[in-house]
Design a protein around this ligand. Structure first.
Ligand code: FAD
Length: 486
């Protein structure tokens, strides 16, 4: 009987265990993607969180790329629209499938949906088989000595490393045998993923979605930035990090492939000393991605509420004007504004700046992390069900192994330390470009004559700071004192 390979967060043909197994079974197959965003929960079966705008743009391009990759080996991608709990069992009945092969997802709704669909298929005598494509280690395979989940990164990662070798990535199938009378499905345009008003020009100029784009990014990173990653990764200007995050998010490349490519580079380039330490630091970042999924699986309420009650009673503010200024990159703090504008234009922001802007929202503006997380969800091409919520809670101080809640980043010092020559701020906040370095991260301290020469009219061409750093810090600390009282 034919097989269904149902693609989700694994939009690739290489190192795709579900596809690999189906292609070797000798059965004919159907490769399908089901877009269920606009039709959420169905018949009591939950659906994953609908994608944000930037991720929808990415998905459109990624599905095109996956279809092309499948066609090159004799396949094609069938697109369906609607709740998967309806579409997958209907497709299975229609083609008389013997099994549905998936690579597992770990967001609580997606996992519950898969379990429910598995039950329905079973009732029809159809088997659903799950595999791991998304992670180095699935969340339940790493546990503390007492058998529970980890909540601190370092011992988690030590335990993960102790699990032994990561299996090598699987090759892409040479050839697929498709079911001949499979349904037509819907055209890609019917998924309506692209924005009506085209705001995605900057995103399109920055990225090449799909596995080929992912492999190019990886190769470029390994050749140019891996050996300097440890000292350089905190500098937001230039290509100091891999920018693999959206490719990993959609599974266009898998972590096993990245892992083995880095180890190959270590050997091929004979890396030792600081260069070797840089490679290890990069692999540890993959560990943070694993840790986020570990947390999401074991603490499924992570996206909804504070993981730790450190901030219960904190006087969060609702301030629509401040939230708007933050979203639009008009806070008057250049490093914050540069980050928020990079995010809007390219769908991505450098990690150091993500930490600074998140801290600014929750500490300087005292706005709860949820609206910040929601904005990132809508605007990031790498918006990830695990990493986004885990990182926001980390920044707020409510997450597992979080930044201390009372540590308040000074956005001026952060800017001066990590963007000392101002290349990043000048790129994203061009109205400040002519300001000398010493004033660039604190334009309000520049003498009037300097501002005039640089063509800056405070409050007109660039906003005055929406909060004073020292006052905001005192205000947040007073709020924390309140939580301790409660
Ligand atoms: P590199 O430095 O090249 O790292 C390689 C890979 O490791 C990344 O692609 C990513 O998959 C993983 N990684 C690196 N740092 C982290 C981290 N701190 N947590 C989890 N995984 C990590 N990352 C996302 O992928 N999706 C998100 O939605 C997301 N939201 C974030 C929100 C906030 C407030 C913060 C502070 C961080 C967030 N991150 C998120 C983590 C991190 O900023 C990005 O993964 C990283 O900037 C991606 O760039 P890169 O691929 O060049 O990373």
């Amino acid at each position: 009987r034919p097989l269904i390979v149902w693609f989700r967060q694994d939009l690739r043909i290489a190192d795709n265990p579900a596809l690999h197994r189906a292609s070797r079974s000798g059965s004919r197959l159907v490769c399908v993607y089901v877009h269920e965003d606009d039709d959420p929960a169905h018949d009591d079966v939950p659906a994953p969180r609908p994608l944000g705008g930037a991720a929808r743009w990415w998905l459109h391009r990624s599905l095109l790329a996956l279809d092309a990759d499948l066609r090159a080996i004799g396949g094609r991608l069938l697109l369906l629209k609607g709740p998967a709990a309806r579409e997958i069992p209907a497709l299975a009945r229609r083609i008389g499938a013997g099994a549905v092969l998936i690579n597992r997802v770990y967001d609580p709704e997606g996992a519950a949906r898969d379990r429910a669909i598995g039950e329905r298929l079973k009732a029809d005598g159809i088997h659903m088989a799950g595999h791991n494509a998304l992670l180095l280690h699935e969340p339940w395979t790493i546990e503390t000595k007492t058998g529970g989940p980890y909540q601190v990164f370092t011992p988690f990662w030590r335990a993960a490393r102790d699990k032994g070798e990561i299996p090598p990535p699987l090759a892409a199938p040479d050839r697929l045998d498709l079911v001949e009378d499979a349904p037509e499905g819907v055209p890609l345009a019917a998924l309506d993923l692209l924005p009506r008003i085209d705001w995605a020009g900057g995103i399109a100029a920055s990225w090449t979605p799909g596995s080929a784009g992912a492999r190019d990014r990886l190769a470029g990173f390994l050749n140019r930035a891996l050996t300097g990653y440890k000292p350089d990764r905190d500098r937001p200007a230039g290509e100091t990090t891999s920018r693999l995050s959206p490719h990993l998010r959609f599974g266009e490349i898998g972590p096993r492939t990245v892992w083995h490519a880095v180890h190959h580079a270590i050997e091929a380039q004979g890396l030792t000393g600081p260069a070797r330490a840089s490679a290890d630091t990069f692999l540890t970042e993959l560990g943070w991605r694993e840790f986020s999924y570990h947390l999401l699986h074991h603490f499924p309420h992570l996206p909804a509420r504070d993981l730790k009650e450190t901030l219960t009673g904190f006087p969060w503010r609702e301030d629509a004007a401040a939230l708007d200024a933050w979203q639009r990159g008009r806070t008057g703090y250049p490093i914050v504004d540069a980050g928020m504008r990079q995010l809007w234009h390219t769908g991505w922001m450098h990690n150091r700046v993500r930490m600074v802007v998140a801290s600014f929202l929750v500490k300087h503006l005292m706005i709860w992390w949820k609206p910040g997380e929601a904005w990132f969800w809508d605007t990031l091409v790498d918006a990830d069900p695990a990493s986004n919520t885990a990182s926001w809670q980390w920044s707020a101080g409510t997450g597992a192994d979080a930044a201390p809640y009372f540590r308040i980043f000074n956005p001026v010092l952060q800017g001066e330390r990590f963007d000392g020559d101002g290349a990043y701020v000048r790129r994203w906040v061009p109205e400040l470009a002519k300001l000398p370095d010493r004033y660039l991260h604190k334009p309000w301290t520049a003498p009037a004559s300097v501002l005039a020469t640089a063509g800056i009219r405070p409050g007109q061409t660039y906003p005055a700071p929406i909060v004073d750093h020292d006052q905001a810090r005192e205000r947040a600390l007073a709020g924390y004192a309140q939580t301790r009282k409660e």
